[in-house]
Design a binder for this molecule. Structure first.
Ligand code: HAM
Length: 419
């Protein structure tokens, strides 16, 4: 059979039992991050397009090429969110959350949308779990957040990942760096890809992110931001490094990392996994100390990260052996085979009592006993309970343990205790 409809390119269904793995990841995030003070926030999936232009930046690939934007029926320019941070900052300012005691910490889960070329680990609709913290400038909170992310990844059993960190300066020292970069790229301008020629004008930092081979070659000797950091940024970064060392959190200093979103200041970080191929970032984030005030709120330092759910799930599946990878994938504990209408009614009653006690129960509604037994077997059920005319008369139900082959008979009132 040929399906009449299929999902859009780059957009996929997450089916059971994989959804059980996703739930395990989300639960682990709540368990690890709850004690750090993170509570869930649910921002909308669409916002005014302007919000993303002003935060992620119009020189970024996300805004320049990847947004799902449209004009709604009221003539507003709207976009599906390509990431969560901008919405959370908007909510923080809109609801005056700065009046609540600092720090304010939020955790979120949900779909994001980017019109990218789909490939392994890269979708057009993908899910992130993210955390954002408002109100602390001290590098202590950077160390706390990075350590929390590492603990979360350990909790879900992710192995073979590495953490990279860098500082990309602040509004005092970044302009000089941009000028240095521009000066460096000027003699190479004609050789840069057309995107980087645009980036050169809009934001030369973005050239450091380009994936085109000739741009990678040209930028090999480009100046490093670490060479032009102001003293405050240097102190902040060395404060973070000292704390990570003290916590025993391993990291690599990657002086080339700039991140693809414009709102970052100072600390940026990425967690990478070799198992992912070209799209190797499992999680990434950084500080964005200017964004709250740019959105009309009070001066509020902030930091956050987001992890890609599909990438986490893919790595856990690839690393897993055996069944434990899908924790939510339970087979029915009991399959009730029925013969006749009356038996089906009785089965429904018994099943609801067992289900109320948390047992997973399936009912075989029709067909011969043999075909229902086959169904029970296929379903992976632990036990089959049979209800036919005799059982209805006597109130005693035959059962069979499908795992060890044992069988017996149990009175209706005792079924709950038996299974
Ligand atoms: P990002 O680096 O754009 O940062 O995305 C974070 C993570 O989302 C990536 O490391 C990756 O795991 C996942 N991801 C991104 N794009 C895709 C895609 N097309 N398909 C599958 N997974 C993807 C942000 O979004 C920032 N908002 C992070 C942040 C929070 N910074 C501060 N607070």
């Amino acid at each position: 059979m040929k399906p009449r409809f299929t999902a859009l390119k780059g957009v996929s269904d997450v089916l059971p039992p994989e959804t059980g793995l996703w739930r395990k990841i989300e639960n682990a995030a709540c368990e690890v991050m709850g004690p750090y003070g993170y509570d869930e926030i649910k921002p909308p999936v669409m916002e005014q397009t302007e919000l993303f232009l002003r935060s992620i930046g119009d020189s970024s690939d996300i805004v320049a090429k990847e947004m799902y934007s449209f004009t709604d029926k009221g003539g507003r320019n709207v976009s599906l969110r390509p990431e969560g941070t901008a919405s959370i900052v908007r909510a923080y300012v809109e609801h005056n959350l700065s009046l609540r005691p600092a720090p304010q910490k939020f955790l979120y889960f949900g779909p994001m949308f980017r019109y990218e070329r789909p490939q392994k680990g890269r979708q057009r609709q993908f899910y992130q779990l993210g955390a954002e913290c408002f109100g602390v400038a001290d590098p202590g909170i950077d160390a706390e957040m990075i350590t929390m992310l590492v603990s979360f990844l350990e909790k879900i059993g992710l192995k073979g990942v590495s953490l990279e960190i860098n500082s990309i300066g602040c509004k005092e020292c970044r302009p000089a760096f941009k000028e240095n970069l521009k000066a460096f790229f000027t003699p190479h301008l004609d050789s840069l890809c057309p995107d980087c020629q645009r980036r050169y004008e809009q934001n030369p930092l973005r050239i450091l992110d380009c994936k085109v081979e000739r741009c990678i070659q040209i930028r090999q000797n480009a100046p490093l931001i670490s060479e032009t950091l102001c003293q405050d940024c240097k102190d902040h970064f060395s404060g973070l490094i000292g704390l990570l060392d003290a916590m025993g959190t391993s990291y690599f200093f990657n002086p080339h990392m700039v991140r693809g979103l414009d709102y970052y200041t100072r600390t940026v970080f990425e967690v990478k996994s070799e198992g992912l191929g070209a799209q190797n970032a499992v999680a990434a984030g950084g500080r964005y100390d200017l964004l709250v005030s740019e959105f009309g709120g009070p001066d509020t330092p902030a930091i956050g990260f987001a992890a890609g759910m599909e990438r986490l799930a893919m790595l856990l599946k690839e690393a897993a052996t055996g069944e434990e990878v899908f924790p939510g994938a339970a087979s029915p504990a009991i399959f009730i085979a029925t013969l006749g209408k009356e038996a089906a009614t009785e089965a429904l009653k018994i099943a609801s009592r067992l289900r109320a006690a948390g047992k997973r129960v399936e009912i075989g509604w029709s067909g011969s006993l043999k075909s229902q037994m086959r169904k029970a077997d296929k379903s992976g059920a632990g036990h089959v309970v049979m209800i036919g005319e005799d059982e209805l008369k006597t109130g005693k139900f035959k059962w069979k343990n499908l795992k060890d082959g044992s069988s017996g008979e149990t009175a209706k009132e005792e079924l709950l205790a038996k299974f």
